[in-house]
Design a protein around this ligand. Structure first.
Ligand SMILES: [Zn+2]
Length: 203
């Protein structure tokens, strides 16, 4: 029986865990009783599933209105891009840029980077291991910043409630956009960066 050092995710105790047990046998932390894993369980499958869900949500997030503005004499629906174009036209370049980067560039970049990391692990690539690990760290830490759009909508909805005169409501696009952000955050969390280094250990 071979052993490997395992770090408990709950109490951080490092203990010896056997590696050659059957799949249905759980190894528990000797101190706190939490289940020990040598790796994140089913990392590739879970990351792919969450990533595909985020791609599916990305389409309605951009096509459906994210805000509905009502005022005397009319109603206006805005998608993420129409909001960016509106701010750019009215001269608020910095706001247009922040929304464009946080809501369009960052989610797409995260999805592309995670697909690249998954494909390179599937192909057991030994190419630029340190750079790929760095890419993963950036993707993992950047996630919450794409929530900027949701915060902006939430603040607007709370501030602009002037009864019959004017009001802003969150549109269905906001729900899908929130889904994209949450799914990509979970996907980055589910990916196990140690998979990148398996090739190096074998070499
Ligand atoms: Zn423990």
């Amino acid at each position: 029986m071979s052993n490997v050092l395992c770090l408990c995710h709950v109490c951080r105790l490092t203990s010896d865990a056997p590696t050659d047990l059957a799949d249905d046998v759980k190894v528990l932390c000797p101190r706190c009783g939490a289940a020990l894993h040598e790796r994140k369980p089913d990392s590739l499958q879970r990351t792919w599933a969450l990533l595909i869900a985020s791609i599916v949500f990305y389409i309605p997030a951009n096509l459906l209105p994210i805000t509905k503005t009502s005022y005397i004499g009319g109603e206006q629906s805005d998608t993420i891009m129409s909001g960016v174009i509106y701010f750019a036209h009215t001269g608020a370049w910095h706001i247009a840029l922040i929304i464009f980067v946080a809501s369009v560039i960052v989610p797409i970049a995260k999805i592309i980077i995670l697909i690249y990391l998954l494909v390179s692990v599937h192909r057991a690539s030994a190419h630029r291991l340190v750079d790929r690990t760095r890419l993963y760290r950036i993707t993992h830490s950047i996630g919450r910043w794409s929530m900027v759009d949701i915060f902006v909508v939430a603040v607007l909805v709370a501030l602009v409630q002037l009864g019959p005169i004017a009001g802003i409501e969150a549109g269905p696009g906001a729900i899908y956009f929130g889904g994209v952000v949450v799914f990509t955050m979970f996907a980055a969390e589910a990916f196990d960066p140690r998979l990148i280094w398996d090739r190096w250990e074998k070499a």
